[in-house]
Design a protein around this ligand. Sequence first.
Ligand code: ADP
Length: 610
Amino acid sequence: MTLRRKTLLTIGLTLGLLIAIAYGMASLIFLARFTELETVQLRACVQRMQRVINDQLEHIESTARDYATQGDSFNFAAGLQPAYTQKYQDSSLFRNYDIDAMVVMPVHGDALFAKSVDMKTLHDTPLAERIAGLMANDSGLRYNAEATEGKNGILRVGTGFFLFAAHPILPASRKGPSNGTLLMTRELDADMLSQLSELTQLGLAINGVVGDLPADFAIAWKELHNGGSGPVLRILDNDTYAAYVPMLDQARKPVALLRATSNREIFTHARSSIYYLLIALLLLGVAFIVITLLSLERLVLARLARLTNEVNHIGMGGDLNARVTVTGRDELSVLAQKVNSLLNNLSSQIDLEHAVASAQTAASAKSTFLANMSHELRTPLNAIIGYSELLQESVGDEGLSRLVPDLQKIVEAGKHLQSIISNVLDISKIEAGKMELEHLPFDLYETINAVSDIMLVRSREKALPLLVSVDDGVPRHIVGDAPRLRQVLVNLLNNAVKFTDQGEVELTVGAKSLDPHDSATAPTWELTFNVRDTGIGIPAQRFERLFKAFSQVDASSSRKYGGTGLGLAISQQLCEMMGGRMWVESVEGTGSTFHLTLQTREAVKAAVGY
Ligand code: ADP
């Protein structure tokens, strides 16, 4: 995925997340707060509505009280006085008092007066008769002789709901006994509801609490039934909030629910505000993405693309002298500088590799030259040595014995030169990696004997005892390079004899069995050879340089003892090629011990030829 896409995706996802969080928070904080506010407002409206209804009830009640306590209004012994009957029969009285029915009911017996009118036409209606029928059967609506206090509430008649007030009929003193009940009603009809609605700014609907209720009424009724005293508040939908107020009858029991609904304006506004906020956030986010991408393009991507192109170009063209362009002072310019310094290093590395390659070629040429030269030198040298030895023999026969010592010197010098050439050839072979060792079975004891035979001649010349001891466990037949082992041992013993004037020289050979579970070709023995002398010793600070080619302990050493400083270097290299190592322990003036180890395995008898 490109950087551009990654950035776009990251910012897009972050923005989406931010908007989701903002929406969640806003919904949680604002919408919840605004819903609370709506609740407070709705409760206030409902209270206002209840006050208006109560005012209406009180108005009816006070009218009923006035009529019921006029004292002489009703002489029940003689029936209702005709003057009053006539007065009550006046329909306009109903309109004046805003009541639609009036019933006068004695303590016992049938209604004395029952009249109801249509509020619009003022025509008589059968309502009053029905109310009288209800009163006759309901002790809650009909007072006995002891009653003195009035009551009001909601009365259900058929499908209609009525505000009612009832009062015991009393003398003007308002003291009992009561003669009966005066009841007045006012229907809670559509007109009244719309008036109430106008006053309270609420949508109003009334429904009884028995029979089939509309779903929302049923829920509210259930809630009230579960112990609520009302009003019950419910959000009907996103735009409507409703309060359900129980309407109580004469026994203070709910007979109907009045639903007051209000538009959720506050909520709707809050919601739209949140939407506007989100749109603003979205626009801001898009602007942010565009600006970020443009900046990214200009500040990073374009420069990165140029850097990549330049690096590619250098890579393809192979021109290590070319450099990438460094612009600005930021991480990218640091990167470009780093690329340039890498290129610098690379070109010096390549120069170095060229130098190493030519040095290697030179070294290999040198080795080849030395090998050739050694060969070329050896042939005439062998001839010189050979003829000198022949001459030594023949001059004696011819009576020229005085020439023998000179000829002897020629032979010795020739042999010395021969060993120098041989050493130079060896070291150049080793350095060129062309020295190869044999892996053939041989008799180790024979090799040790041969070495000690050679060395006895030299040690005797200096009257030095040469002690040789081989441990019991040392295997006799082993696999390896016998001539090279001999060369190493002769070199060490030669040095020991050369640098010792008194005392003795000793060669000890030991062996240690290696872990035998290895494969057939793995070494099974580690041999140790120690060459000890009681000679001049070597200062400790010279130990390290001792094994370097052409190094001698000091210049006087070469003058006094001769030598080229190659023997130990060759020996140590050979020893390492045989899987071992070589080191020295020495005390100046007391003597030295050279230790050497090598790894080998025992030769099978058949191969040795028993
Ligand atoms: P060289 O042909 O000069 O003997 P070597 O590499 O064999 O070369 O020895 C290097 C030098 O190490 C010698 O010149 C001598 O100074 C020192 N050296 C080697 N063996 C001994 C020894 N046994 N005792 C004292 N000095 C030694």
